[in-house]
Design a binder for this molecule. Structure first.
Ligand code: NAD
Length: 301
């Protein structure tokens, strides 16, 4: 195996460009006297990772002039209470984006909750209606933000443009793998035009697929799953995984689904942290802004 040192495909420049577009749209709307975009998050209970995620969203939003607020429900809230809170926020003309945090209380139907979010405000793209738009090839700013972030990263660099490439995705969740397969295989002008293989936990030999891929996207939630012998020399690797680790010195860090040794084989490799994550937050801000001011930001998933 040739030893190459991969180049990081960082999220920061991609996120910066998206945020600049958002900032400009908000400034123009403010000149016209329009209210700032408003994102509401519904959360039941106090899951620490969810609260940390919401704090990160709030910080990004504050820097861009996007308003955020939270509807906080008890950890034992019923499905009817959660759906009612979503419907109340969803019916307000002052709310442009609406998200629900997971996990939901035991016994609450995920489908009932995500489908209560009105399509035009579904900035996290979890409802069946939003996924339907993605699978129909309609770019209306309601695609799941993480999947859309992977597309943005790939389209940001000539060396990993997906058109004509073979992309292997590991992980078929409705927040990453499946919508991403639809986005990357879409055709028609501005689209990705890739050949896509979608793998999951029942794929008998994941390596047989990843080894022949030009681009590997790994979103399995299995730390270090992608090993160097599973990657073609020079391939692009997008690491969606996030795992918290405690280092020997007691500090806490983040790692992904990619074994660090893949860096000796891959051409471009997204770091964790600093790869997909920052772009996901920027995409979310673009979605809220597009929901507030239709047509004001670049067309995207
Ligand atoms: P999930 O648990 O819903 O789905 C995991 C998927 O991986 C499943 O489809 C499963 O079939 C597949 N899988 C599991 N083991 C596999 C194996 N050995 N081979 C092939 N496929 C396998 O997870 P998710 O919500 O899609 O998240 C995946 C990872 O991405 C997690 O680490 C999560 O923390 C991270 N994530 C990151 C972001 C971000 O913005 N960076 C956003 C969402 C999720």
């Amino acid at each position: 195996m040739d030893v190459v040192t991969s180049e990081p495909l960082r999220g920061a420049p991609v996120a910066k460009a998206i945020k600049a577009d958002v900032r400009a749209a908000i400034a123009k709307a403010a000149e016209q006297g329009l209210a700032a975009p408003h994102l509401v998050n519904v959360i039941a209970g106090r899951s620490a990772p969810s609260l940390a995620y919401l704090d990160a969203i709030d910080r990004t939003a504050a820097k861009l002039g996007v308003r955020t607020s939270r509807v906080e429900l008890p950890g034992d809230a019923s499905e009817a209470q959660i759906v009612a809170a979503i419907e109340q926020a969803g019916s307000s003309s002052d709310v442009h984006g609406l998200m629900v945090q997971f996990p939901l209380p035991a016994g609450v139907s995920r489908a009932a909750v995500v489908d209560a979010v009105p399509l035009a405000k579904d900035v996290d793209g979890l409802s069946a209606a939003a996924l339907g738009q993605v699978f129909a090839g309609r770019r209306m700013h309601v695609g799941p933000a993480t999947a859309a972030a992977v597309v943005e990263l790939l389209m940001s660099d000539e060396r990993c443009m997906p058109r004509g490439k073979h992309v292997v995705i590991a992980g078929r969740s409705l927040v990453v793998g499946r919508p991403l397969a639809a986005m990357l295989s879409a055709g028609g002008g501005v689209d990705a035009d890739a050949t896509v293989t979608l793998c999951h936990r029942h794929t008998p030999d994941l390596a047989a697929h990843t080894r022949i891929a030009d681009i590997v996207v790994i979103a399995t939630g299995v730390r270090g799953l992608l090993k160097p012998e599973m990657v073609k020399t020079g391939a692009t690797v997008i690491d969606v995984g996030i795992h918290e680790v405690t280092r020997a010195d007691g500090s806490v860090g983040l790692v992904g689904d990619v074994d660090p040794a893949v860096g000796e084989v891959a051409g471009l490799l997204t770091p964790v942290p600093g790869g997909v994550g920052p772009v996901t937050n920027a995409v979310l801000m673009r979605h809220v802004t597009a929901a507030a001011y239709p047509g004001a930001v670049a067309e995207a998933w």
